[in-house]
Design a protein around this ligand. Structure first.
Ligand code: PEP
Length: 261
């Protein structure tokens, strides 16, 4: 393929709970400069809320996008500690990660709240990156595909077809996140193909336009084999997005693999 692979791949960093304001701005600037020549894919960084506006301002005239790590569906009101999707968009973000397994595990995120957040994000022209994925015990019990399917079903429930084509799905097996143990390209492709098939049942040919990212211990040295798979359209990256060197290398290796495939 070519410069015009459809869907256009996306590599998005998720910095989680990392970084002071100055560290975040410096990392964003470093990634911006190191990936400036990368034009065949979209790239984004995911700072914490406190640094979101400063990072977005620094990246204003560059192609590097900014992702928030969560957001709330209400527009305003007595919801102490929450951040509205409109505030995230106003801060300059283009994407918002929703339903990350750490939010599901530690902060009681449910399929229903994921659905409301996705709807609210689309309403203010943010692109939601909706995370789904099975736990190790679900995989061991042979329930990986069923679990992912029911999470996807829950996330899609409130969305019209026109909204659904604008989302990004991130398949992140929980057992692979931050563990150094990534899914094999074949394991990932099996789930990605099932996600694509489920989207096709709603959207027919339009499902080919939806980006399905893989996430879970993606590193510069394993990204190429993952990106060689037909239904893997990029990556959501935690640990390896925390230094300029590793994230830029990962983006470049991933981009080359996309161009070859
Ligand atoms: C993530 O946080 O979404 C993630 C995939 O983390 P890691 O790359 O560190 O496994």
């Amino acid at each position: 393929m070519s410069q015009s692979r459809v869907p256009r791949p996306l590599f998005c960093g998720n910095w989680k709970l990392w970084g002071s304001l100055s560290e975040s701005v410096a990392l964003a600037k470093g990634v911006r400069d190191a990936t400036a020549g990368v034009t065949a894919v979209d790239v984004a960084v995911g700072p914490g809320f406190v640094a979101l506006a400063a990072v977005a301002e620094k990246l204003q005239s560059s192609a590097l996008g900014v992702a928030a790590q969560d957001g709330y569906w209400e527009v305003k009101g007595a919801f102490t500690g929450e951040v509205a999707m409109a505030q995230i968009a106003d801060a300059g973000a283009r994407y918002v990660i929703i339903g990350h397994s750490e939010r599901r595990q530690f902060f009681a995120e449910t399929d229903a709240s994921v659905a409301r957040k996705a709807k609210a994000a689309l309403g203010v022209h943010l692109t939601p990156i909706i995370c789904i994925g099975e736990t190790l015990s679900e995989r061991d019990a042979g329930q990986a595909l069923a679990r992912v399917s029911s999470q996807l079903d829950g996330a899609m429930r409130e969305l019209s077809d026109a909204e659904l084509v604008r989302v990004v799905i991130a398949y992140e097996p929980v057992w692979a996140i931050g563990t150094g143990r990534n899914a094999t390209p074949e394991q990932a492709q099996e789930v990605h193909a099932a996600i694509r098939a489920q989207l096709s049942r709603r959207l027919q040919g339009k499902a080919q336009e939806i980006r399905i990212l893989y996430g879970g211990s993606v590193k510069p040295d394993n990204v190429a084999s993952l990106m060689g798979q037909k239904d893997i359209d990029g990556a959501l990256v935690g640990g390896a997005s925390l230094t300029v060197e590793s994230f830029a290398k990962l983006v470049k290796e991933g981009t080359s693999a996309c161009i070859r495939s």
